[in-house]
Design a protein around this ligand. Structure first.
Ligand SMILES: O=C(O)CCC(=O)C(=O)O
Ligand SMILES: [Fe+2]
Length: 176
């Protein structure tokens, strides 16, 4: 995290041409993994397809942030504003355990509501809502989940964990 250098409780990685990274210096997008110096892996085809079908944005997504929530982890209320192009939405895809997702308005002090994001849910944060405050209050215990059929998560995700993919356009879209 900026200033402290401590890790977030939510584990993160990226795929696609650009990845969102944070360290003592702050937050930024970059084309390579900060430790290995290697490019991020390609975005899964299913995620790119979801962008084409749901984002309503002709430009390609450039970054896919992968958040891994172990049971007991959360993400504080924040805005996604490290991108240079706010006309493109953030497309969020949820897998695994259900999250209690909180969202409010364009000011931190605006009233908030919460909604459950379950495995397979897609959420578009865009248009006039592109800069709303949002976060994850908690990951619901597995016994509250609807029964899931088949393996939905990689083995590396602990039981009761959640994966969230956010696809983003990072750089300004050039007029055609
Ligand atoms: O995990 C989620 O549903 C939200 C993730 C998020 O807000 C972010 O990565 O910026
Ligand atoms: Fe966010």
């Amino acid at each position: 995290m900026p200033r402290t250098g401590k890790p977030f409780s939510v584990r993160m990685t990226n795929c696609g041409p650009l990845g969102w990274v944070s360290d003592r210096a702050g937050y930024r997008y970059q084309a390579t993994h900060p430790e290995t110096g290697r490019p991020w892996p390609a975005m899964p085809a299913a995620a790119r397809r979801a962008w084409t079908e749901l984002a309503g944005c002709p430009a390609e997504p450039e970054a896919c942030l992968v958040n891994l929530y172990a049971p007991g982890t959360r993400m504080g209320l924040h805005q996604d504003r490290d991108e240079a192009e706010f006309s493109a939405p953030v497309l969020s895809l949820s897998l695994g355990a259900t999250a209690l997702f909180r969202y409010g308005g364009l000011s931190r002090s605006d009233p908030t509501r919460s909604v459950r994001l379950s495995s397979g849910d897609a959420l578009v944060i865009g248009g006039p809502s592109r800069l709303i405050f949002h976060g994850v209050d908690r990951i619901l215990p597995a016994d509250l989940l609807a029964p899931m059929t088949g393996p939905v998560l990689p083995e590396a995700v602990a039981a009761g964990g959640r994966l969230n993919l956010t696809l983003r356009r990072v750089s300004a879209i050039r007029p055609a």
